[in-house]
Structure formats: C-alpha cells, structure tokens
Design a protein around this ligand. Structure first.
Ligand SMILES: Cc1cc2nc3c(=O)[nH]c(=O)nc-3n(C[C@H](O)[C@H](O)[C@H](O)COP(=O)(O)O)c2cc1C
Ligand code: SF4
Ligand code: SF4
Length: 263
C-alpha cells in the first residue's frame, strides 16, 4: 500500500510514535512517506496515496493548532479516502479526536481507525516534575506501556486502511464542561505564558530553535533570540535546543529535560 503519514509534535512523543509507525510500515514492504506538519508545507501529493495516517498531540483538549491549520489550508480535497488518526496525550483527551476527524472529513476523508496513546505530559514535566529523578520517573511512567501498544499499532493501521470501513467516533460528553473551562483559561493566559521563553547564557546563537519552530515564531536579532506572539506552546524549541539554553520563566533552570524514549 502507499501510505502517507502526517504528524505534529512539540515534545517528541507524537514524533516517536509516527516514526515507529513509518519504520515498521517500511519493513513490512509498504511505500510510505512521512511529513511533519509545519506552517506553509505543501500536501499536494496526498491524493496519490491509498491512505493517510494523521498523528497529533492533545494540547488543551484539542489537536495541535498548526496541524489543524495545515489540514484546513494545505490538504487537497479527496473523495472517501481512508484516514487513520492517532493522538498522544497526558491525561485527558476531551474531544480532540472529534475535532481532528471533522477537519479531515471536511477534506473528503473517511475515518477508519483511531488510537490514543497515554504518554508523559510534556507540559507538566516542564513546569512541575522535572526537579528530581524520582518525580521524573513517576511522570514518565505512562511511557512504560508504550512498547506493547506500539508493537500492535502498525498492523492495526494497515488492517483498517485496507478494510476501509468508516468507524463511529464517540463524543465524550462527561468531560466537556470541565475541559471547556480549563481550555478557556489556558487560551486566556497563553499570551502571558509564552512571554516566559528566554535563552540563557548557554545560548550560542546556533539557530536550531529558529529552524525547528513549526510556526516560524522565533528570530535571532542583534545577538538575541526573540520569541514572537504566534506560539502554540508546543515546546519544540525548548526540547530541541542543543545547549539546553531555553528557559521557561524560573521553573526550568534546574529541570532535568524530558526526552521521549521507549523503555
Ligand atoms: C501546551 C500543552 C497543553 C497540553 N494539554 C493537554 C491536555 O489538554 N490533555 C492531555 O491529556 N494532555 C495535554 N498535554 C500533554 C500532551 O498532550 C502530551 O504530553 C503529548 O504526548 C505531547 O506530545 P508531543 O510531545 O508530540 O508534543 C499538553 C501539553 C502541552 C505542551
Ligand atoms: S537553539 Fe538554543 S543555543 Fe541555539 S539559538 Fe536557540 S536558544 Fe540559542
Ligand atoms: S516558539 Fe517554541 S513553543 Fe512556540 S510554537 Fe515555536 S517551537 Fe513551539
């Protein structure tokens, strides 16, 4: 089969799942392409593929904003092409799966499979748990079940894409009020929160953060790294800085940084 994998990832969890899938599908003999969803990418070749797999983290009970924009602005319209979606999340998905599915359905895809992977919460790890080894170990605990779930994932994706039967996605009514409330607060305080990014004295102006930001939100100007306001707080810059020079307010100075792994 010709399979296209489109994903977004800030902290690396979704990237880990997407690349595991990509590598395994290739080993199984499929013709696979993988693409990271960043602002302005072209997806004109998607219709040439037999099926699409889309992976997103859950941020404030929604799929990643950049991925949603890419689907809305760059995804060609198709007719009934099978699409499998997967999410990685840190505790509560809310109705992110419905949002992502609707965006794809608007482009003419039918949803033939869904998988949700509970993984370490990258936001909590940055803000709360990075201080000591035991708390970090605890926070990373969800990743311990990942190898087993990943081992069955590629076969499930291929089965669902081949079968092509549309699945019914369940709306999670029970959590809607709570998640709406928290998401509203998150979006209200986000402009204040993103002001916390800064580069410390370890920064050597290498430009990696500028290159990896999926929203082109970082600039180096007059020897300083400057964050703009178009940030979705994905933490990609923070995670990928090769000198661990990016700090988030006063919280992260002594934090042991989380790097996704398969135990
Ligand atoms: C800004 C932000 C918001 C988040 N919101 C949620 C959330 O609403 N529900 C949840 O279960 N996890 C939430 N998380 C945790 C992530 O969904 C989880 O760690 C995910 O695997 C991160 O994927 P990534 O490393 O590919 O970015 C959030 C993380 C961040 C950075
Ligand atoms: S990636 Fe880190 S070291 Fe490189 S310019 Fe950005 S903050 Fe500085
Ligand atoms: S500035 Fe950093 S946290 Fe914000 S969107 Fe870019 S990479 Fe993500």
């Amino acid at each position: 089969m010709k399979i296209f994998v489109l994903y977004f990832s800030g902290g690396g969890n979704t990237q880990l799942v997407a690349h595991h899938l990509f590598n395994r599908l290739k080993q199984m003999g499929h013709d696979v392409r993988i693409r990271f969803a960043r602002k302005g990418i072209s997806l004109g070749d998607v219709p040439e593929f037999d099926g699409l797999v889309v992976g997103s983290p859950v941020y404030a009970y929604s799929p990643a904003q950049t991925l949603m924009e890419v689907i809305e602005q760059s995804m060609p319209t198709v007719s009934d092409k099978p699409s499998f979606i997967f999410l990685t999340y840190g505790g509560l998905v809310g109705n992110a799966h419905i949002e992502l599915a609707n965006a794809l359905k608007n482009r003419g895809f039918k949803i033939v499979g869904l998988e949700e992977f509970l993984m370490a919460d990258t936001l909590f790890l940055m803000l709360l748990f990075g201080l000591t080894k035991p708390t970090k170990w605890l926070a990373e605990l969800p990743n311990r079940s990942i190898p087993k779930r990943l081992s069955q994932f590629p076969e499930k994706v291929v089965r669902s894409l081949r079968d092509g039967t549309e699945i019914e996605l369940k709306y999670r009514r029970y959590s809607q009020k709570l998640t709406d409330f928290i998401a509203q607060k998150f979006h209200r305080f986000k402009p204040k929160l993103i002001e916390n990014f800064r580069a410390d004295e370890r920064c050597d102006l290498c430009g990696v953060c500028v290159a990896v930001c999926p929203r082109k939100n970082i600039e180096i100007c007059n020897g300083q790294v400057i964050w703009g306001v178009d940030c979705e707080l994905c933490l990609r810059c923070y995670t990928l800085c090769p000198r661990d020079a990016i700090q988030f307010g006063k919280w992260t100075r002594h934090v042991i940084k989380y790097k996704p792994y398969i135990p």
